[in-house]
Design a protein around this ligand. Structure first.
Ligand code: ADP
Ligand code: MG
Length: 205
């Protein structure tokens, strides 16, 4: 079972991955956007870390809804409301339970990713965070490790795509040949999930 502490570890591991990779995310965004994705995500997850420390939430769902709220209120770029919606919607779908199964997380994350698609109007292949998130949710039915690998593969697979949503779409064909920054940060989020599962022992059950 995945308890509240597991979800806190997930957010903490995401925050440190974002911290570590911020300049890479910003470099990717410099190529096809406005060079702020690293600092946007850093600002957001710094606020997430502070909020989780200040009022530690009592349930898995509350960890994610509080985190999502922080992202929405602190990140100015497109990614803030999108990631915020992902976490809030996923948290809401987990409800009030004190512990959840991986199967319940798959369902909830599926609802979160669907909400991102609805909010941003993007679909698979549009060269966005969804290109990492959609395959990750599918692979999460198998295991946390499979989800991490699928998200990473999905992010790499954005390189040859032409962006059809967001700022990068303004570049048209010139967006081809670059990895999408949001798909890259989404792969970090999913890798952090697998990391949280690794440290819980039996989290893959
Ligand atoms: P901004 O584009 O406002 O500068 P960021 O640089 O923080 O915001 O985030 C850019 C990332 O957001 C993109 O790489 C892409 O993955 C994601 N993104 C942008 N628009 C959409 C959308 N409509 N749907 C899904 N993801 C999107
Ligand atoms: Mg940007």
């Amino acid at each position: 079972m995945l308890d509240t502490d597991f979800f806190r570890r997930w957010m903490a591991a995401t925050a440190s991955a974002i911290q570590r990779e911020a300049s890479r995310l910003t470099d990717l965004d410099a190529a096809i956007g406005d060079a702020d994705h690293g600092s946007n995500m850093q600002r957001g997850f710094t606020a997430v870390t502070a909020a989780l420390q200040k009022e530690p939430p009592a349930t898995p769902g509350a960890v994610l809804t509080l985190s999502g709220r922080q992202l929405i209120s602190t990140v100015g770029g497109a990614s803030g409301p999108l990631y915020g919606t992902l976490l809030r919607r996923t948290g809401k779908a987990l409800g009030e339970a004190a512990e959840v199964t991986r199967g319940q997380l798959v369902e909830a994350l599926g609802a979160g990713v669907a909400a991102v698609a609805q909010l941003g109007g993007a679909q698979a292949g549009d060269k966005t965070m969804l290109d990492a998130l959609l395959p990750a949710v599918e692979a999460l039915e198998m295991s946390f490790g499979a989800a991490r690998d699928a998200a990473q593969a999905g992010a790499l697979a954005t390189v040859p795509l032409q962006a059809r949503k967001g700022r990068a779409s303004y570049l048209g064909e010139r967006s081809i040949g670059h990895q999408d920054p949001g798909a890259t940060s989404a792969a970090l989020l999913v890798a952090a999930l697998a990391e949280a599962a690794d440290t819980s022992g039996g989290g893959d059950a």
